[in-house]
Design a protein around this ligand. Structure first.
Ligand code: ADE
Ligand code: ZN
Length: 328
């Protein structure tokens, strides 16, 4: 079997970041919003670097204005994921973009997202779970409102709490209150760290926020003592190689440290982050990793089992997905 045809598990994808550009253009047209500046002449998202990417991302989000928009977005995204062979995916959801962190509004957005997820599962056999995510550059005060939304809606679908956004703004320590609250609510904890900052960021994520999983984590490779510690503690990295290459952190897949982490015993998993922004899909990630490192079916199966172990869903869901992976 070609590696691209394997069933896949994805742990790190931003729902709004997975919006196809044509979908966002349609939303903008319906609402008479002019966001033509965020697209290039080919209709792709246009940005020069990560910081501009965040601005384009937020501009795209302004076209998503009600629960039905998120229902449609969820369907569009899951169709793409299912076409790539993804059988289980966890997505970051931000109440900031779903009713401005108002709990009542958030419940309505979430209801629409869950409805689409259930429909997609019945039609396409793909299972979705949500991780409520605060945005670091929006600050710790807003994160408190976000974690309130997360804790109040924890259930079969909302399984985790995370932090994304600009790593160069503020400190992870500023978010201790929110992460303590999320942990007490029984949510799994995910922290974007070491995508832009150095190894200390992963140490902070583990020490201060007690993260279960690290989003990216790739710059930890500069500190081999930390890499050994990650391996010993079994910390899972949600690695997004195509995202890192598209944003210029590494010149190519061959230069990406994912294989080195794997060789050193760190638990790595594979995700797309914001697939259309980075011109990637899960199938393409597998193909590029196969080409760069000669990773075969056995290697991808190992990584999928790691991802399933680290997934935030309940045991029954894991058992069901394990069967789809052929690992039961
Ligand atoms: N939000 C969406 N994509 C992101 C990324 N790669 N890093 C941080 N925040 C994000
Ligand atoms: Zn991310």
């Amino acid at each position: 079997m070609s590696v691209t045809a394997l069933p896949k598990i994805e742990l790190h994808m931003h729902l709004e970041g997975a919006a196809p550009p044509a979908f966002i253009r349609g939303m903008a047209r319906e609402k008479n919003i002019d966001i033509s500046r965020i697209f290039d002449e080919k209709g792709h998202y246009r940005y020069a670097d990560f910081w501009e990417f965040l601005k384009v991302y937020e501009a795209a989000c302004t076209t998503l204005q009600n629960p039905m928009d998120f229902y449609r977005l969820t369907m569009a995204v899951l169709e793409e994921s299912a076409a790539s062979g993804v059988v289980y995916t966890e997505t970051f959801l931000s109440p900031d973009f779903c009713g401005g962190r108002d709990l009542g509004a958030w419940r309505e957005y979430l209801h629409a997202i869950e409805e689409a997820a259930a429909e997609a599962e019945a039609k396409m056999g793909i299972t979705l779970r949500g991780i409520v995510t605060c945005i670091r550059h929006f600050g710790p005060q807003k994160a408190r409102e976000t974690v309130h939304c997360a804790a109040q809606t924890k259930g079969d679908f909302i399984r985790g709490f995370g932090i994304a956004g600009d790593e160069k703004v503020g400190n992870l320590e500023d978010f201790i209150w929110s992460f303590d609250c999320a942990r007490e609510a029984g949510l799994g904890l995910e922290v974007h760290a070491c995508e832009w900052n150095g190894p200390q960021e992963v140490r902070d994520a583990l020490t201060h926020l007690k993260a279960d999983r690290i989003g990216h984590g790739v710059r930890a490779i500069a500190d081999l003592a930390l890499v050994d510690e990650l391996a010993e503690k079994g910390v899972v990295l949600e690695v997004c190689p195509g995202s890192n290459v598209a944003l210029g952190i590494y010149p190519s897949f061959r230069d990406h440290p994912i294989a080195e982490f794997d060789r050193r015993g760190v638990k790595v998993t594979i995700s797309t982050d914001d697939p259309p922004f980075f011109h990637t899909t899960m199938a393409l990630e597998y193909e590029m990793l196969n080409r760069a490192f000669d990773w075969d079916e056995g290697q991808f199966s190992k990584l999928n089992r790691t991802a399933l172990d680290a997934a935030f869903c309940d045991a029954d869901t894991k058992a069901k997905i394990a069967k789809l992976l052929g690992a039961a």
